[in-house]
Design a protein. Structure first.
Length: 255
């Protein structure tokens, strides 16, 4: 797994900006919130293992494994330095990546993410893995959408909500389960203090308390970090607060 090549999707021009999507979705998520940055950045996206067009691994893997695969794939693509942005599991991958590959990371953006999960959340990931293996994700669709978006946003409806429904309902149950188990095992407490890049942490003001608490913890433990809330938003704050998200990202990246 650690040496599995990653298939990058690239668009735009300028300094690379690597973006990593959250659990249950795929690289197309970024089309709904950052496509305008392609005028100033080469946007590099990819599908996590078992997501989108990436095959389902036949063995368990860790967050650190994906970080190692990312490193090798960037080297193969001859990318020596980039800005990085990760949402949820994407933010966890990038915490590890930035802590061990400081010279490759210019600026780092972590969105609606955490550094570890509580015991209750670990049990939750185990249960989600069981359900997805037994019956796929369709039975969890409504609860996932309720975690992703505020009730007001869901009620209005939008193309990005339709995108989420489409991708979740078609995702491999095993692919989702393996990712849940990787999240449950992950603990990045020691990585935070090793991150030297200028870091921006964003979180929806109505996201789960675990992510809001993690935003504050990360901002206090990553040496060169700042944070902002996106409002009103839950876990997919870049979709729910597109304009504010893009404005803050542009300002941080100075574009």
């Amino acid at each position: 797994m650690a040496n599995s090549p990653i298939n990058f999707y690239m668009q735009g021009k300028g300094q690379p900006l690597v973006l990593i999507h959250p659990l249950g979705l795929d690289h197309r998520l970024w089309d709904y919130c950052v496509s305008g940055l392609a005028e100033h950045r080469t946007l590099i996206t990819f599908d996590l293992p078992g997501h989108g067009q990436s095959p389902v691994p036949d063995v368990n893997y860790t967050i650190e494994d994906i970080s190692k695969s990312l490193l090798e794939s960037l080297r193969l693509a001859r990318i020596e330095k980039a800005d990085f942005l990760g949402l949820s599991i994407g933010g966890m991958i990038l915490q590890h990546f930035a802590s061990v590959n400081a010279s490759m990371v210019d600026k780092l953006i972590l969105v609606d993410t955490t550094f570890k999960y509580s015991k209750d959340w670990q049990l939750n990931w185990t249960e989600r893995a069981r359900i997805s293996r037994e019956g796929g994700l369709e039975g969890m669709l409504e609860k996932l959408l309720e975690a992703f978006f505020t009730p007001e946003y869901l009620k209005k409806g939008s193309e990005d909500i339709d995108y989420c429904k489409h991708v979740i309902s078609r995702m491999s149950g095993e692919g989702y389960a393996l990712a849940c188990e990787a999240l449950s095992r992950c603990n990045l407490e020691k990585s935070a203090t090793a991150i030297t890049s200028e870091t921006l942490i964003l979180c929806g003001d109505r996201d789960n308390d675990l992510f809001k608490d993690a935003t504050l913890w990360l901002s206090q433990n990553i040496p060169n970090a700042q944070y902002e809330w996106l409002s009103p938003a839950q876990h997919l704050s870049p979709l729910e607060c597109k304009n504010d998200f893009l404005k803050i990202v542009r300002r941080f990246l100075q574009i």
